[in-house]
Design a binder for this molecule. Structure first.
Ligand SMILES: [Mg+2]
Length: 179
């Protein structure tokens, strides 16, 4: 159905049930020294206003491990700004993922070689596609909630089809399961 090269654009390097499966040790083992972090449905449920203690601890743990961090979002709202502010993380928004320019700016700001950077996000068509296009590694997490924008809901249908082909894994009740 698809050419191999086309499909490869959507293939995440890694899958995780949640951001909390990723820590400094895991990243160090993979020689990832910087991470670009998506907001909605990756670190926060869409509409959730402020980071909780668990999220703050995750961020500070990564920071203590020497991982450079940057938040990226296609949203440009006070909410996203406030979230980044509370986490004391630099923010790049609006990012127009999956288009390349924002990713290139993000890589430049992190000051780390692209090969040592990963993006972590919940969507194949924005986070993963954009990351693959600029040659950084990609970590796909199961979305925190089922609440999505209308256009995202539509893309989720295609996402499930692609994921089945790409990974041998399925998203079942918010968790990645091997088929
Ligand atoms: Mg997202």
């Amino acid at each position: 159905m698809f050419k191999k090269g086309f499909l490869a654009n959507f293939k995440p390097d890694y899958f995780a049930d949640s951001i909390y499966d990723i820590d400094g040790e895991w990243l160090a083992a993979k020689n990832i020294n910087a991470m670009i972090i998506d907001v909605d449905n990756t670190i926060m449920a869409r509409g959730e206003r402020l980071p909780d203690d668990k999220l703050r601890l995750w961020v500070s743990g990564l920071r203590d491990s020497g991982i450079k961090l940057l938040v990226i979002s296609n949203n440009w709202t006070d909410r996203v700004k406030r979230i980044a502010g509370h986490l004391e993380l630099p923010l790049l928004a609006p990012a127009a993922k999956p288009l390349g320019p924002a990713y290139k700016i993000a890589i430049g700001r992190l000051g780390v070689a692209a090969a040592e950077i990963a993006i972590i996000g919940d969507q194949l068509f924005t986070d993963v596609l954009g990351g693959n296009r600029v040659g950084i590694r990609t970590i796909l997490v199961a979305p925190i909630s089922e609440v999505d924008l209308i256009h995202t809901k539509a893309l989720r249908v295609f996402e499930r089809i692609l994921l089945k082909r790409l990974s041998g894994q399925l998203l079942v009740e918010g968790r990645w399961k091997n088929i």
